[in-house]
Design a protein around this ligand. Structure first.
Ligand code: GLY
Length: 563
């Protein structure tokens, strides 16, 4: 394998550059029906209000992001980060705003290890030591000032109202809070998100007056309130007091990065996806490059599933070994997406038999699961589009609220590889490329994406930790075969991530005959007890301007189209 790497490394640099040139998308022939799909009805409402007030998709995205930070505190927030994929219609350009968290400057590669080198359980998940330096507020300011047309006083108003007046607890909130109860009980979070230190009942109101005040300060002073002002001082003091390592310099130095997204053309369909430090676009590129050698559309279901699993396995193997923050590590991006390498990968696929992951490359046997994060998709009348996936990582992030700010901090440091080969909370393993370094962004799986064929556009994405990439893949293949927004979000899901070496699948997705045949081919299978993901999709017809939107039936979100 290293021979192949050396051979194409030089050539692949040029291929890599070509891949990152943003291709011009076709213009819409008519105006589009504006639409928003998000994981919470109040967030969708916030986006729709902004569109109705004359805001563009980017203004609506600010409003939806801020609203989700309030009403889905378990999924994303001001104390977290994300990737906002933008399509600027007038310039026909796609841009990714990278508002991913980065490691504090005092971080070091062994910070979650005992002296003997073993990982300290929970250290990268609970409390302020688990928190990376947040990027959401900086990203929202950039989105608003550079691409939007309305001020924060308008776009943050719905979120402020939700924080001040409260939102109603639902079953999903209860499940998430129950899952993270112990972490929440340890800080100011208990007073805000729990009721007498316990999970609140369905129907109770969660009011966040400190968060409302923080949002108001950001409205008046901009992101500097968060990165150098009063909020920065409060957060740093609180983090330090409770064992964290943030400094004022960490916050002051934080910068949003505008990156070219990953652009892949698959059998005539154009995919624009999140680039590194998200592994999503690169993994999807590898997968689609392999799939383009097969006619999967005509395959028997079992053969199709087997092939999809084998390409997933290989892409996730490369994710574990090679991917990390491109500002810190030399990711062989061009190589991984080159035709020479793709050829080598497909030669290793046996059409009748599973390849044991251990035969590809042994790293470690992971455990664990779990997922939260959030996603929304927006289009406006001009065809501007936003696909944004945002996170504070594990449900309710680190469970730590910085005193007096109402800001719940992320535990995104767990997305680094605390020790090469040792799995994180999503069971993902990593290596040197994703080791902790001061100021480095941790590798992500968040995959906000756009799809475009000759007549349709799709805006899609989902939460779901390590499974995000394969959910986007399945929805994308469905869209390619003519699937609509409803079909894309409600598709049955299955997943393979190299390690653990098993196919996990949603209840009822494979029948007994399929399970039997896949087992005969050598696959390990795990029937899951729950469905997973929460996909939000907008699909637009380029000729008629007609738009459909759908929110995953697994979640409680809402999709709305303006007529
Ligand atoms: N925190 C989940 C991800 O970024 O992949």
């Amino acid at each position: 394998m290293s021979y192949i790497f050396d051979m194409v490394k030089y050539i692949s640099k040029f291929v890599f550059l070509l891949l990152f040139i943003p291709l011009a998308t076709q213009a819409a022939e008519v105006g589009f029906q504006p639409a928003v799909a998000s994981a919470h009805p109040l967030a969708t409402q916030a986006g729709i209000e902004i569109l109705e007030q004359g805001g563009n998709a980017f203004d609506a995205a600010v409003a939806v992001s801020a609203a989700l930070a309030v009403v889905e505190p378990y999924g994303s927030g001001l104390g977290g980060g994300g990737f906002w994929l933008l399509h600027i219609a007038k310039d026909r350009v796609d841009v990714m705003l990278d508002g991913r968290e980065r490691a504090p400057l005092a971080a070091n590669r062994d910070m979650y290890l005992y002296d003997k080198g073993n990982v300290i359980p929970g250290a990268s998940i609970n409390g302020p030591l688990a928190a990376g330096i947040p990027g959401t507020v900086a990203a929202l300011e950039q989105l608003s000032k550079k691409y939007g047309s309305l001020p924060f006083s308008t776009t943050l108003a719905p979120a402020i109202a939700y924080a001040r007046d409260g939102f109603v607890v639902d079953e999903h909130y209860r499940r998430m809070a129950g899952h993270r109860l112990t972490a929440l009980q340890r800080s100011d979070a208990a007073d805000i998100f729990l009721s007498d230190d316990l999970v609140p009942e369905v129907g109770e109101l969660i009011k966040q007056s400190d968060l409302a005040a923080s949002l108001e300060l950001i409205t008046k002073q901009g992101a500097k309130a968060f990165y150098t002002g009063e909020l920065a001082e409060q957060m740093v003091a609180s983090v330090k007091e409770h064992g964290g390592i943030w400094s004022m310099e960490d916050l002051a130095e934080y910068k949003v990065v505008e990156r070219f997204p990953e652009v892949i053309v698959y059998k005539g369909m154009r995919l624009v996806a999140a680039s590194l430090p998200s592994s999503g676009g690169m993994a999807l590129a590898e997968i689609l490059n392999m799939l383009s050698f097969y006619e999967i559309e005509r395959m028997k279901p079992v053969d199709r599933i087997h092939l999809l699993v084998e390409v997933m396995r290989r892409a996730y193997r490369d994710r574990a070994e090679h991917m990390g923050d491109p500002d810190f590590v030399d990711v062989p991006a061009g190589l991984l997406t080159s035709s020479v390498y793709t050829n080598k990968l497909i030669q290793s696929i046996d059409r009748d038999k599973a390849t044991p992951s251990a035969e590809l490359k042994a790293v470690a046997e992971p455990t664990g699961n779990g997922a939260d994060t959030t996603h929304f998709s927006i289009i406006d009348a001009e065809g501007n589009r936003v696909s944004a996936t945002m996170s504070i990582n594990y449900p309710f992030g680190s469970g730590f609220v910085a005193e007096g700010t109402g800001i719940l901090l992320n535990d995104e440091m767990d997305d680094f590889s605390a020790k090469p080969g040792v799995p994180n909370v999503y069971g993902l393993v990593g290596a040197e490329a994703n080791a902790i370094e001061p100021g480095k962004r941790m590798l992500s799986s968040m995959s906000p994406s756009f799809l475009e064929t000759h007549d349709r556009i799709a805006i899609l994405g989902t939460p779901g930790g390590s499974r995000i990439i394969t959910m986007v893949l399945l929805a994308m293949l469905d869209f390619y075969q003519g699937g609509d927004a409803e079909s894309m979000v409600n598709l049955g899901r299955f997943h393979h991530q190299y390690l653990p070496d098993k196919i996990s699948f949603e209840p009822g997705v494979f029948d007994q005959a399929v399970v039997k045949e896949l087992s005969k081919m050598g696959h390990q299978l795990e029937a899951m007890s729950n469905r997973y993901g929460n996909m939000q999709v907008v699909v637009a017809n380029k000729k008629t301007g007609k738009v459909e939107a759908a929110s995953d039936s697994r979640g409680l979100g809402q999709a709305r189209v303006l007529h």
